[in-house]
Design a protein around this ligand. Structure first.
Ligand SMILES: [Fe+2]
Ligand SMILES: [Fe+2]
Length: 488
């Protein structure tokens, strides 16, 4: 009798364990409000987008206080939305009617449970702007997210008055609930203190995760199947954010949008943020997809006088000299491309077989590999120099003041936590020279985008067979040699 009772109890225990194991684990607690972000949304002096998650369906509310701590929510125009997303609830609020140059405080929640308070500052419209750029945290575990967050904290210590934080994509490695929760654990406190400018990475773009993590204005943009393209003005700078991770790195519809977008501004400075890099010595610099950007997106940057293109994807730091028509030119006659280094812990080595084939050596003005072993920096002639302090996560600061842009890049040493400046770069130019030449609607519907896909694929195929493949065939022996040394 006792034995059979034991059997029943064991069976029930096993059954409950099995049942529990089959329920998807949701790390959010009942009252958790997490994955909070405040993002640029259209007019940066009067609007912001907000996103947050809750584990259960709940009301969607935001409260905003002005610099004196007065609740100004009733005076603002707020559009709310919410929906179930991958087992949680995603809430969004688009807030308009804010005043320029004010530091606001906010909290989000359901009217009963509230998040911690966050702050953001609207653009004051002057021609001074400071911002921070990181790329590729791309973590899977708590330690690596924490390490990436530490790099960003050091960035804000280095530039405390940064007006926004750009992340150039690959927030997580596998885009799962578990990873986004770990991301939130490490990054929510940072996101609560600034405005974010998110960029879609290839690790973020599957299954619409990116669109559901951030509220972004795509109203005058090109719609893509996954990921987001958008643009905005901040101070005297026009920024375009290009999604390089949909069906191919860039499509004809996106190129048309970018050309019109950059021609529609009279701002003094033009900056592009995107994930994949046209100019790189990393592991992805041998495939036609990213290299196609040299033939297409770089040409649009040439035509429209883009000053700076910042990207990620290959986890190393590399800055080109000013380029126009894939040739080195003098400053102000071309665009400078910065592969912004990884803020994370997964770091790539140089693929030397790309040199002279997919990446010309004389294009490189600075290059830092963030790992020990193969090489740590490019000293203008070779890649053999090493410096242990260059092993760590990377961040970039950009200061624009009138006609001067200064980019500084830093590495936070894994070993000591010290911050080392690895690159400084300046552009000076006369302000007030850009004129808008495009006016009108620059929206591309999803239908139009889809119909542009076939010619876009044909353009990529033409490039791949006529330009990339002949180079690649000759590179194969070197690639094999490199693969034997562990760097494919
Ligand atoms: Fe990537
Ligand atoms: Fe990445």
């Amino acid at each position: 009798m006792k034995k059979s009772l034991l059997k029943i109890v064991s069976f029930m225990l096993c059954f409950s364990l099995l049942f529990c194991a089959s329920i998807p684990v949701n790390a959010l607690e009942d009252n958790d409000i997490s994955r909070i972000s405040c993002t640029v949304y259209g007019d940066t002096s009067s609007q912001r987008g907000f996103t947050w998650y809750t584990p259960q369906k709940s009301d969607t509310k935001i409260v905003i206080y002005d610099a004196n701590g007065t609740d100004v929510t009733a005076s603002l125009k707020i559009d709310y939305s919410s929906k179930e997303w991958k087992g949680n609830y995603v809430h969004k609020a688009v807030v308009g009617g804010l005043k320029a140059g004010i530091t606001y405080t906010y909290k989000v929640g359901d009217g009963v449970n509230w998040s911690e308070k966050g702050t953001f500052t609207t653009d004051d419209g002057d021609d001074n702007l400071n911002f921070i750029v990181i790329a590729d945290v791309q973590a899977s575990n708590a330690n690596n997210f924490e390490s990436g967050a530490n790099v960003v904290k050091k960035a804000f210590e280095t530039m405390p008055d940064a007006e926004f934080l750009t992340s150039l994509g690959d927030y997580t490695n596998d885009c799962t609930n578990e990873e986004w929760d770990l991301y939130a654990d490490s990054f929510d406190s940072i996101s609560l203190g600034t405005t974010s400018v998110p960029v879609t990475g290839n690790h973020d773009s599957d299954s619409h995760w990116f669109e559901n993590m951030f509220a972004l204005d795509t109203s005058e943009s090109v719609q893509t199947l996954n990921g987001v393209n958008y643009s905005f003005d901040y101070g005297n700078v026009h920024f375009a954010v290009v999604n390089t991770n949909d069906m191919l790195s860039v499509t004809n519809a996106q190129l048309t949008w970018l050309r019109n977008d950059m021609n529609s501004t009279s701002a003094d400075w033009k900056v592009v943020f995107m994930h994949k890099s046209p100019y790189t010595l990393g592991k992805d610099g041998k495939w036609p997809d990213a290299l196609y950007l040299q033939e297409t997106l770089a040409k649009v940057c040439d035509e429209t006088n883009v000053d700076l293109v910042m990207s990620g994807h290959d986890h190393m730091y590399l800055r080109t000299k000013p380029l126009n028509d894939n040739k080195v030119v003098s400053q102000n006659e071309g665009s400078t491309y910065v592969l912004s280094g990884t803020a994370g812990t997964k770091r790539y080595q140089i693929r030397e077989f790309s040199l002279g084939r997919f990446m010309q050596k004389d294009f490189i003005d600075a290059c830092v590999v963030q790992r020990e072993g193969y090489a740590n920096y490019y000293d203008g002639t070779d890649f053999d120099s090493t410096d242990e302090a260059n092993v760590g996560g990377c961040f970039n600061t950009v200061s624009i003041s009138g006609g001067e842009l200064v980019l500084n890049s830093y590495i936070v040493s894994d070993e000591t936590g010290t911050v080392k400046n690895i690159d400084t770069f300046k552009i000076s130019k006369a302000a007030g020279e850009n004129k808008a030449t495009f006016k009108g609607d620059n929206t591309t519907t999803l239908g139009k985008y889809i119909s542009s896909l076939l010619p876009s694929f044909m353009g990529l195929a033409r490039y791949a067979f006529t330009v990339w493949l002949p180079e690649f065939i000759f590179a194969v022996p070197d690639i094999i040699r490199s693969a034997k040394n562990g760097t494919f």
